[in-house]
Design a protein around this ligand. Structure first.
Ligand SMILES: Nc1ncnc2c1ncn2[C@@H]1O[C@H](COP(=O)(O)OP(=O)(O)OP(=O)(O)O)[C@@H](O)[C@H]1O
Length: 254
């Protein structure tokens, strides 16, 4: 499959912390995970790709086009982004939040693309049927997260970027959301997500980038790169790696 997103020699700095010569190649239809300890630069990397931060040097290519030369509207038609934190300033209903996913289709402030059938479908996919008229601020952290995933699906972009896919989700909803996104990749969408849960990344990702101190420490197919040495290098601790007894993928345990 063709690479649809490329990060080439990317550099960025907050002062004390920097992303250094980062290179990523994301193929269409893949589920790609970014793992790494707290402060490794996962969110910074995703924010750079989503255009929320400006790199000091290097390039990000979306469909071989330099992202700096693309309009926000075009990018929003190709990439949806679920940030780690989302605290809207106003009281929005769930359906309004989801409809924000279609902002790039609007030709004027007043026209609306609200498609209540599709909103219902997206909410049903994340098991939140009937939540359309609830105020977003009244939902639990996990429910809010699932609404944002629903918005991403509503946005209908070929690329979905999620900062920490399983954040705030209980184990059952975490797996449910990961499986929804996995299914989307099997239908051709591309998903790039940061993960703290290495075992979820190990099972579902086609490819993993491991970041530490703003640099890629290792990368590859989980079955090849999730091993004792690499995990020790990444987290500076000894862990056991066992093979999942049924699904045959490396599991990190302690
Ligand atoms: N706005 C900012 N100003 C200054 N430093 C920042 C800013 N945002 C992040 N950093 C620093 O950059 C480094 C990388 O942060 P980042 O959020 O990208 O890491 P992360 O891998 O996503 O971490 P976590 O797993 O904790 O979410 C951290 O040391 C953080 O303190």
């Amino acid at each position: 499959m063709k690479e649809i997103l490329k990060v080439i020699d990317l550099n960025f700095s907050y002062g004390n912390f920097g992303i250094r010569n980062l290179n990523l190649k994301i193929k269409g239809g893949q589920f790609v995970g970014i793992i790494g300890p707290n402060g490794a630069g996962k969110s910074t990397t995703l924010n750079l790709i989503a255009g929320l931060l400006k790199p000091y040097s290097g390039k990000i290519l979306l469909y071989d086009k330099d992202i700096r030369k693309l309009s926000r509207k075009y990018i929003a038609s190709k990439i949806s982004f679920v940030r780690q934190e989302f605290n809207p300033t106003f009281e929005f209903k769930v359906k309004d939040i989801i409809e924000m996913g279609a902002l790039h289709k609007k030709t004027s402030f007043f026209n609306t693309f609200e498609d209540s059938t599709k909103i219902k479908e997206c909410l049903s996919m994340v098991e939140l049927s009937g939540y359309e008229d609830r105020y977003f601020s009244t939902l639990s952290g996990g429910e809010q997260r699932r609404v944002l995933i629903a918005r991403s699906i509503y946005q209908e972009t070929p690329v979905i970027i999620v900062d920490e896919l399983t954040a705030h989700l209980d184990i059952s909803h975490a797996i449910q959301i990961v499986e929804i996104l996995k299914k989307l990749t099997l239908n051709g969408k591309t998903v790039l997500s940061a993960f703290h849960n290495i075992n979820v990344a190990s099972k579902y990702c086609d490819y993993i980038y491991a970041l530490k101190d703003g640099k890629v420490v290792f990368e590859g197919v989980p079955s090849k790169v999730i091993n004792k040495e690499n995990i020790k290098k990444l987290y500076e601790k000894e862990f056991y790696i066992i093979n999942h007894p049924v699904h045959n993928y490396p599991v990190v345990t302690f």
